[in-house]
Design a binder for this molecule. Structure first.
Ligand SMILES: Nc1nc2c(ncn2[C@@H]2O[C@H](COP(=O)(O)OP(=O)(O)O)[C@@H](O)[C@H]2O)c(=O)[nH]1
Ligand SMILES: [Mg+2]
Length: 596
């Protein structure tokens, strides 16, 4: 396999040697600003990279350690999966060591190593042991700990080898994941327009791709990774994108795959207090995710006991998925007080309005049991399309009920109980009509798509000519037939109850005394469904077939339909033609059909 690239952020107290170490490892200058070099202080994020002994390449995002630049530090660490935590041997654990570690823990960073720098100035052992214990406590128990000196170069070879082990152990991100590139720098280059840089955590970007920035389409004109032109790049990587579009990108905005994220300024979350912080949370905070920092309001939804559910209102929309973690920071706190206050795990990106009295408490209860998955979402939203689930970051757990629609199982069974009632009531109110229009049933049940109604139709209900007929009509139909015919039809319906798509053979029809004339009467009475000459099924078999076919991979062939329905070509071919006529399936080409 070709060597990959990786991204590691630095962390640790100011002046502990982060930038010096990055410089020593890469030979590149992470402090790019004149002011930074004059003051010997990192103010902005710095970028530098090197090739490790294995051939793997690692880029560092060097963050400022000064307490005034916590926001910048979070922007650097936010999209990065691994950290090089730096503690000075001569100073040991300091306030920003603590604050950075709390931030990493809150963001859920679990991969890293510990470099105890300035080992030429003091015995590194005490600082190393202390810091190693603290990192382990914060979920970085696998971090190797190494004494080094950025000044003398002591320990650097060991550090390079440890970085190799670190990057080899990082989980490989999904190259097909949707892109969300948090911008950390944006600038204009004379002659080529807008350039943005960021850490691509997963997915793939290619020259020519269309992405979105705040809902505006942008085209990737050119692409660089680590200062080399490339045609495509797969996360994790540091990337620079040359963009075309009517846009003014800034740090904290994100380039995303169109349709793959939900841009929202409202999210329901589970709040977990950060180490050392105590509630209740102030109402106004700053939310950090990726390189973004956005003022927000936090509204607790229930009592503490209900799992600390809250609703976040962000000052501007962010592209979010369920399961995303936002770090909540108090921008107003003074020195010495904890500023990293909590983690907010996103549980819903399209939260329902809370209008009724007690709605907030109820919502808190629901969120207390919720996970960041499709099943939990469907409990709230009841029906969601494939695309909506994807934009919320949830692969659908089960199969669609029809045509890309997913339903909460309880809601679906509730609907299938309500449909016959609704149809019966309609028949009673409209005795002269031949059945309830599907559209009326859709409206009555408050469903967003007629196909959902059709999918709910089960025998003895049936759909014909856009109307749903009731059991009553079917029973009346059989009853209206001459007794021997009614008896024969009931026998057929018994057979069909066991094998709904195995239309009786000519021999069976003849044995029951059902000739063309008798069959025609039974069909007229609505007691049987005629699919083609000599092919009859129970009423409603068409709707049932359509619902089964909608679960097949689309489009499908006659033979796939045949085996899904458990029948022969003799029945499948005319049944599919019947479904085409009913608008429940449609032909794609000579051999394929799809559900509508
Ligand atoms: N003696 C010694 N000094 C170091 C070492 N690493 C950094 N320094 C010095 O410590 C100061 C702060 O280093 P810097 O890399 O800017 O720290 P940062 O704020 O963590 O990025 C500078 O004066 C460095 O020269 C080291 O390993 N040994
Ligand atoms: Mg620095």
């Amino acid at each position: 396999m070709a060597p990959g690239t990786h991204v590691v952020a630095t962390a640790g107290h100011v002046d502990h040697g982060k930038s010096t170490l990055v410089r020593a490892l890469t030979g590149m200058e992470p402090d790019r600003l004149a002011e930074e070099r004059r003051r010997g202080l990192t103010i902005e994020l710095g970028y530098a990279w090197t090739t490790l002994p294995s051939g793997e390449r690692v880029a560092f995002v060097d963050v400022p350690g000064h307490e005034r630049f916590l926001g910048t530090m979070l922007a650097g660490v936010g999209p990065v999966p691994a950290v090089m935590f730096v503690v000075a041997a001569d100073e040991g654990w300091m306030p920003q060591s603590e604050e950075h570690l709390v931030a990493l823990r809150t963001l859920g960073v679990r991969h890293g190593l510990l470099a105890v720098t300035r080992a030429d100035l003091a015995d590194p052992a005490p600082a190393l042991e202390d810091a190693r214990d603290r990192l382990a406590e914060a979920g970085l128990g696998d971090a190797e700990a190494l004494p080094v000196s950025g000044r003398t170069g002591e320990g650097l070879d060991g550090l390079r080898a440890a970085l190799d082990r670190l990057v080899a152990a990082l989980p490989a991100p999904d190259p097909r994941a949707p892109v969300r590139l948090w911008i950390d720098r944006a600038f204009s280059v004379r002659g080529s327009g807008t350039v943005v840089t960021g850490t691509l955590p997963a997915g793939r970007v290619e020259v020519g791709d269309e992405l979105e920035l705040d809902g505006e389409p942008v085209r990737v004109r050119a692409l660089e990774s680590l200062k080399e032109h490339v045609e495509s790049v797969t996360g994790v990587a540091r990337v620079a994108l040359n963009l075309r579009g009517r846009i003014a990108p800034q740090r904290g905005h994100a380039l995303v795959t169109p349709g793959a994220w939900t841009a929202t300024s409202l999210a329901d979350v589970r709040v977990t207090m950060a180490e050392g912080a105590r509630g209740p949370l102030p109402a106004r905070l700053t939310a950090h995710i990726g390189s973004a920092s956005v003022p927000c309001e936090v509204r607790p939804l229930g009592a503490e006991a209900e799992g600390a559910a809250a609703r976040l209102r962000l000052a501007r929309p962010l592209p979010l998925h369920l399961g995303d973690a936002l770090l909540l920071r108090d921008p107003g706190r003074g020195q010495g007080e904890p500023r990293v206050l909590a983690r907010a795990t996103v549980l819903d990106v399209r939260p329902p309005e809370l209008r009724r009295r007690g709605a907030a408490r109820e919502r808190a209860k629901a969120l207390a049991d919720a996970s960041a998955d499709a099943a939990s979402l469907l409990r709230t939203h009841l029906l969601l399309r494939d695309g909506e689930l994807a934009a919320m970051g949830c692969p659908p757990g089960g199969r669609p009920v029809v045509a890309g629609w997913h339903a909460d199982p309880d809601h679906w069974s509730d609907l299938s109980t309500r449909l016959p009632e609704v149809v019966r009531r309609y028949a009673a109110d409209h005795p002269l009509e031949p059945g309830m229009p599907v559209e009326a049933a859709r409206h009555e049940l408050g469903l967003p798509d007629r196909r959902l109604v059709t999918a709910l139709v089960r025998p003895p209900l049936t759909v014909a000519d856009g109307r749903i007929t009731t059991t009553g009509r079917v029973v009346a139909g059989t009853a209206g037939l001459p007794a021997p015919v009614a008896g024969a039809v009931r026998a057929l319906l018994d057979d069909l109850a066991k094998a709904p798509f195995q239309a009786p053979e000519a021999g069976r029809l003849a044995a029951l005394g059902l000739g063309p004339r008798e069959l025609a009467a039974a069909v007229r009475a609505g007691a049987l469904l005629r699919v083609a000459e000599g092919v009859v099924l129970a009423p409603g078999a068409d709707a049932r077939a359509a619902a089964l076919l909608a679960r097949l991979p689309q489009p499908f062939t006659v033979s796939q339909a045949r085996s899904a329905l458990g029948t022969s070509r003799r029945v499948a071919v005319p049944l599919l033609e019947h479904l085409d006529r009913e608008g429940l399936t449609e032909r794609v080409d000579e051999v394929h059909r799809r559900s509508t």
